[in-house]
Design a protein around this ligand. Sequence first.
Ligand code: PLP
Length: 481
Amino acid sequence: MLLTSPVTPCVAAPVSPPIVLRSSASCPAGAVIFVESPNVNIMPFTANVNDRDHLVVGGCDTVELARRFGTPLWVVDEKTIEQAARAIQSALAGYPRWRVLYAGKAFLCLAICHIIRRLGLGLDVVSPGELYTAAAAEFPADLLYMHGNNKSESEIRDGLSYGSVKIVVDSESELEMVARVAGELGKKARILIRVTPGVVPDTHHYIRTGHADSKFGLPLEHLGRVVAEIARLGDSVELAGLHAHIGSQSQEIEPYCEIIEILADCLQEIKQSQGLELGELDVGGGLGIAYTQADRPVPIYEWGQAVAAQTIASFESRGLNLPTLVLEPGRSIVGTAGVTLYTAGHAKDLPGGPKYLAVDGGMADNPRPVTYQARYTACVASRMHGPRPDKAITLVGKYCESGDIIVKDAYLTATAGDVIAVFGTGAYNYSMASNYNRTGRPACVLVSDGQAEVIVERESYADLLRQDRVPSRLREQGSCV
Ligand SMILES: Cc1ncc(COP(=O)(O)O)c(C=O)c1O
């Protein structure tokens, strides 16, 4: 089969090495278990090739999916999401109290809310629209956390009215607003304070958030006075814990260990100065996935184990009670589950220059490459064992930007009409998509056990016009010249 990398990737997901549990309530210390972590694979767990030489995902022939639902098409493999959730949950099973929140910003729609709920995950929402979606799916309020660096008063009111959501407070003025709104509603707001720990992960600067001069969170230096202020606010606010998030697509464990140490120091300081032992430690999300053969993210299972082990070490060494550990993975839960299907169109072989192959989608359905030079892997889904070219081609989109490049070095041979699959598009594709060039967003199809069901309809031309209004004076015929 041909992919963008000269190295042959594995179609069937590789089995992660056995993992030895250090200690666990449900599993004795030293027990060896196998947990497969989807985030280390480029393809979904169920990816395979059938006897027609077509890519199969979730038991569905992708060429058939392209024919039935049209392209571009976002395909989401339910089993891969389940597997990622299971991996992180089993990694934490030995830790006394924990909660995994799925970060909805990665990809949220009603069906995803239902899947996440069924898997026993909580949900982190970052906008009124995400909160509205969660509420429409009747997502339990006590499993909802509200994020955002500029929450509005109405957003806070909606959250508190929905039920016992937790609000992750991002600034001192927001704290004041939360207290006021909670007071007006006669409620007690349960909050976490987001701090910027000054930890910089190995990722693109646009998706770093934990550095000291970040727009997110409170500087550590201000934490003491904010905690004192919360005590003064009395009944309207209850401080549950601290939160930090370093950024996204991190492939390393070390930044997480660092933030746990820093937050443990903060909690110790709060205990000593205010006599308050906070019960919750939320270390955010940000674990990376493998987009190409060059990526080596920590398996999600190992990430969970390492974070739990570090929390135990950091808290026990300071004589602190173990907190409820909260993680907020988004990309590593849904990223690998997504495959985008395109139809190949025109090709160009420039003299002395690159060879281009254009597909019927691009930066409007996947703005990550043009936004922060994200890299992807592609294959010809309609001819998985087709010939491999000597030279890489450049897979480009159809939008009016030179930067609309999907894969710069794609080792594939395709002609017009072939179905092209791009992997790792489950996170930050649908959620970041636009209507650029007046294009409708693609449909999204959930696949599982050979069944394919639309979970988001394709936007029609009528959808594109739905919000348009023409002032009547513009309807008058004639020209002003
Ligand atoms: C506060 C917070 N939590 C969780 C996430 C999820 O990150 P990821 O999808 O990389 O796991 C983000 C992403 O930006 C975030 O800002």
